[in-house]
Design a binder for this molecule. Structure first.
Ligand SMILES: [Zn+2]
Length: 356
């Protein structure tokens, strides 16, 4: 039998599907089409297809076959064309005709059979801090965890991982990005992933009250609505959170689905006016914060955008007050906005939760 089919028929593949769906339905781990999982053996790997949702892993066919051994050899030899992961897709009967995840290199480069990657909000709240590496060393002691400074997902991230990870690495904390956990089995990788989330979760999370009724009323009849998440609303009511929110983006999926950073409305400015000012000369921004009043998003925000609106609050309320954070630069934001691979992932998520 084709070794890819043999691997897909293995009981471990079913376990990976069910754990993938569990992670995909947990908004504190995965938002929209973010995150990805894989299972590999002898240089052959099944990995989540780009643009699909892990939440659907147990009801849809979202895994595609990749020659991971050949891909790693190309990455290690410095082959500049290795960024084109389509070259390493295998032709297997019944596999969906989709591209592999833009983060395929992360999975291929780690030796373990199972690799899980999520945008865990407790991890991101640490991974955006300028002292993230020290915190990882301290809080994840004994877990064989390695901190990888921010790099654009794809070839740049692959190079950053090759520079730091070793054969014994079991966990990666990706700077300004997320969490990677590995295991000999899907169950082992899952346990490791939740152990990291648990260790990085702050003792308490401070939330503000509901957005003020006047703010909600002011949006009636406009193209904007209050962000429907308590943690996202909290950002408008805490100066410390506002300070961290106000500036360039903190991780890639924010840029891809919400536009660069956010707009903080000035005194007397309406949400629409603030959005127009903030988006002038840049790609549209979908998050407007009115200090002391609330946070607004476009009324037509799709399911993928909504999950990132929630993550914005879920991450920020976990950042220790007064932390010094590392932001993506203008150039790093622009290279995500203008990246064809990300345009594909956006296109697959333009309608309400649909994946073409
Ligand atoms: Zn990621």
């Amino acid at each position: 039998m084709n070794p890819f089919l043999e691997l897909r028929n293995d009981a471990e593949f079913e376990r990976l599907r069910s754990i993938s769906a569990e992670l995909g339905r947990d908004p504190l781990q995965v938002q929209g089409p973010g995150g990805n999982t894989s299972l590999k053996r002898d240089g052959q790997m099944w990995i989540k297809a780009s643009g699909t949702w892990l939440a659907e892993a147990d009801t849809r066919d979202i895994m595609v076959p990749v020659f991971s051994g050949r891909f790693v050899a190309a990455l290690q030899s410095g082959d500049e064309d290795a960024g084109d992961t389509a070259r390493f897709l295998a032709d297997v009967d019944g596999a969906p005709a989709l591209h592999s995840s833009i983060e395929t290199s992360v999975h291929a480069l780690l030796d373990s059979p199972v690799v899980l990657h999520t945008h865990c909000v407790a991890t991101i709240a640490i991974a955006i801090r300028s002292d993230a590496e020290e915190i990882v060393r301290d809080k994840l002691a004994g877990l064989d965890a390695v901190f990888i400074p921010y790099a654009k997902p794809g070839l740049d991230l692959a190079r950053a991982i090759m520079a730091r990870a070793t054969g014994s690495t079991k966990i990666l904390i990706l700077g300004n990005h997320g969490l990677v956990a590995t295991g000999q089995s899907a169950g082992e990788a899952r346990d490791r992933l939740f152990e990291v989330s648990r260790r990085l979760e702050p003792a308490s999370v401070d939330l503000a009250g509901e957005a003020q009724a006047a703010f909600v009323r002011s949006l009636v009849g406009t193209d904007w609505v209050p962000a429907p998440f308590e943690t996202t609303q909290a950002v408008a009511f805490h100066d410390g959170l506002l300070e961290i929110a106000d500036g360039n983006s903190l991780y890639p999926d924010h840029v891809v689905f919400l536009g660069p950073g956010c707009v903080v409305a000035r005194e007397g400015e309406t949400v629409a006016e603030a959005a127009r000012r903030g988006s002038a000369g840049r790609s549209a921004r979908k998050l407007v914060i009115c200090p002391g009043k609330g946070v607004a998003i476009p009324a037509d925000a799709n399911a993928a955008t909504l999950t990132l609106v929630r993550a914005f609050g879920d991450v920020l309320v976990r950042v220790a007050p007064g932390s010094d954070v590392t932001r993506l630069s203008d150039q790093q934001e622009n290279e995500l906005i203008n990246w064809d691979a990300e345009k594909l992932r956006q296109a697959l998520n333009t309608s309400d939760g649909a994946t073409a």
